[in-house]
Write a protein that binds this ligand. Structure first.
Ligand code: SAM
Length: 276
């Protein structure tokens, strides 16, 4: 058996693997690992995107916090997310129409074959898949979406645009007047200043900007952040949504975690809120 290592400039995460398949698309190198600890793993350009055994934490936290906070989200846009995990979670809500904008059709094709438990909802009738750069796609959209989920890779290469000021302006225009934009916003341990810069940009556009956290063992440093930017609705679990949460069949998220995930450790408070 061999080892796979995701390495950056300062550290590495290694997984013992049974096998490693390599593909290439016009956008990136795509690999599928079969690991002992985390099951199958999707790797893009050497960076772990999703694993069978911890993906539920990321996908549930990315999608349900904004969906439960919005009183009646029906038109949903996902940018990135070609593995289908975010769409699977969003499909648990009745009467939603979901558009997934993924730049790389090959990620979707491989996810459908290799990760049926993650990708199965991509075949649903109420899901429209568009292969485009998400930053292009939203430029022509106005007042359309209740919730937008940014399920992007790291802010490099073709994902860098998805973290730009222009993209957040376009996202605001694409949202309805009470819409919510929710994004994965990287590791607070590795780069708290990056989260701070996202916060400052979003605060110039949205009245409500909140951050929450979850452990994702296979992402660098293991602690991950999500940023919730909203035009009207605060993160909130109404009594009806509390009942809905109990039937969403979530493995990680529950009512206690909904509230607790917004509690900020001191080192994060200090940077994000200038707290002493
Ligand atoms: N949650 C994962 C993470 O943080 O590692 C991301 C998973 S998902 C597979 C990321 C997807 O975003 C990839 O399939 C990638 O092709 C897609 N993507 C990257 N840049 C994009 C863009 N500008 N527009 C649309 N999709 C993009």
């Amino acid at each position: 058996m061999k080892w796979f290592s995701e390495k950056n400039d300062t550290f590495a995460l290694s997984l013992k693997i049974r096998s490693r398949k390599k593909y290439k698309s016009s956008f990136q190198k795509i690999e599928i690992l079969d690991s002992i600890q985390y099951g199958k793993v999707l790797v893009l350009d050497g960076i772990i995107q999703t694993t069978e055994n911890d993906e539920f934490i990321y996908h549930e936290m990315l999608t349900h916090i904004p969906m439960l906070s919005h009183p009646n989200a029906t038109n949903i846009l996902v940018i990135g997310g070609g593995d289908g995990g975010a769409v699977r979670e969003l499909s648990k809500y009745p009467s939603v129409k979901i558009t997934l904008v993924e730049i790389d059709p090959k990620v979707i094709k491989i996810a459908k074959k290799e990760f049926p438990n993650i990708s199965h909802a991509l075949n649903n009738k109420n899901v429209t898949i568009i292969n485009d750069d998400g930053s292009n796609f939203i430029k022509q959209k106005y007042n359309e979406y209740d919730v937008m989920i940014i399920d992007s890779s790291d802010p490099i290469s073709h994902s860098a645009n998805l973290f730009s000021t222009q993209f957040y302006k376009d996202a605001k225009n694409a949202l309805k007047k009470n819409g919510i934009l929710n994004l994965q916003s990287e590791s607070p341990i590795a780069n708290i200043n990056f989260i701070k810069s996202i916060r400052n940009t979003l605060l110039s556009l949205f009245p409500i900007v909140k951050h929450y956290f979850a452990p994702i063992p296979t992402y660098p440093t293991g602690l991950w952040s999500f940023t919730f930017a909203s035009l009207q609705h605060e993160p909130n679990l109404s009594p009806e949504k509390r009942d809905l949460l109990t039937i969403l069949n979530t493995k990680y998220l529950n009512e206690e975690i909904f509230h607790a995930c917004f509690a900020l450790p001191n080192f994060i408070k200090k940077v994000l809120y200038n707290a002493s």
